[in-house]
Design a protein around this ligand. Structure first.
Ligand SMILES: O=C(O)C(=O)C[C@]1(C(=O)O)C=C[C@@H](O)C=C1
Length: 305
């Protein structure tokens, strides 16, 4: 399906592992194309140089990945067709000939997940942010820094030594990744799907409440809501909303139409199978919505009341 998958690299990131999982599920052999930033991976798809891109969206400890949120809300639309959730535990990598660790580098999300470990084990090391966990490993190899907080697989790609493994302040931390591609036919519902949208709320009283009410009225379970500034006017926000269900389901379609009436700048970011079971599958009471829509259709056609 997706012969070329761009991902947030370089090689050895958690995102590469997620991309490998998506590639393994694909019916065709996929080539994986590393990019140094999330926007670069997404732009490769927009330019037609890749058929899809794998990007991180949120981490259970540090929250949303802003680079991904912004890049999905802006530019040519892309839609998610699959998600993956990976456990996140880190290795601290050093050069084999390295001396004392005075600097330690990683992606800000990774550093935030090992803050306590660093304070306890490398209290004197200066902490430096890099574009990704693997970019930190590359920089250590180059001699720019002394240690990298990386994905455990990074040591297979770079000739570094493991100073510490299984490092994580929160032992069951997880990161969620999306596989996105240009808009096309939405994969069919599976009965345990998630829909993602981004809504730019007009500046009027109660608009966010209207958005949430449209979902609640249709008994649609909200799984995430995040806000980010639009970067235009101060005080103008986008809301990233994830909920259970698939655009093909009548009540989800109804809700999306209602949201679009409240907020004309609503962007569909995809309906895709959930990677983790959580809230109850929404398929159970879809029947009510289908039956009610059929009742209205019969009235309109003069076949009932
Ligand atoms: O740098 C990486 O290895 C990534 O895949 C990025 C990322 C993130 O953006 O959250 C992914 C998982 C970890 O939580 C830390 C970093």
């Amino acid at each position: 399906m997706l012969p070329r998958i761009a991902y947030f690299g370089p090689q050895g990131t958690f995102t590469e592992q997620a991309a490998r999982g998506f590639a393994a599920d694909s019916e065709v052999d996929s080539e994986l194309l590393p990019h140094d930033t999330v926007p670069a991976a997404l732009d490769a798809v927009r330019r037609g140089e890749a058929d899809g891109a794998c990007v991180p969206v949120e981490n259970s400890v540090e929250g949303a990945v802003p680079a991904t949120m912004d890049a999905l809300a802006e530019g040519e639309p892309l839609v998610a067709v699959a998600e993956a959730v990976l456990p996140v535990r880190f290795s601290v990598l050093v050069r084999p000939d390295g001396g004392p660790v005075r600097t330690v580098a990683s992606h800000p999300h990774a550093l935030a997940q090992v803050r306590h470990w660093l304070a306890a084990n490398l209290p004197d090391a200066a902490v430096v942010a890099t574009t990704s966990t693997s970019a930190a490993a590359v920089a250590v190899l180059r001699g720019d820094y002394d240690a990298a907080v990386s994905a455990p697989v990074a040591v297979r790609h770079y000739p570094l030594e493991v100073l510490a493994s299984d490092v994580a302040d929160v032992s069951d931390a997880k990161t969620r990744f999306l596989l996105v591609r240009p808009p096309g036919v939405v994969p069919g519902p599976t009965g345990r799907d998630r829909t993602s949208i981004v809504v730019t709320a007009p500046d009027r009283v109660g608009v966010l409440s209207d958005v949430l009410t449209e979902l609640a009225l249709r008994r649609i379970n909200l799984t995430r809501i995040e806000s980010r500034p639009t970067k235009g006017k101060l005080g103008e926000y986008r809301f990233y909303v994830d909920f259970d269900g698939h655009v093909a389901e009548p009540r989800v379609g109804d809700a999306l139409a209602a949201l679009r009436r409240h907020c004309p700048r609503t962007r569909f970011l995809g309906s895709y199978p959930k990677a983790v079971e959580g809230s109850p599958a929404p398929a159970a009471d879809n029947a009510e919505f289908v039956a009610a829509a059929e009742w209205v259709a019969r009235i309109r056609e003069g076949r009932g009341a």
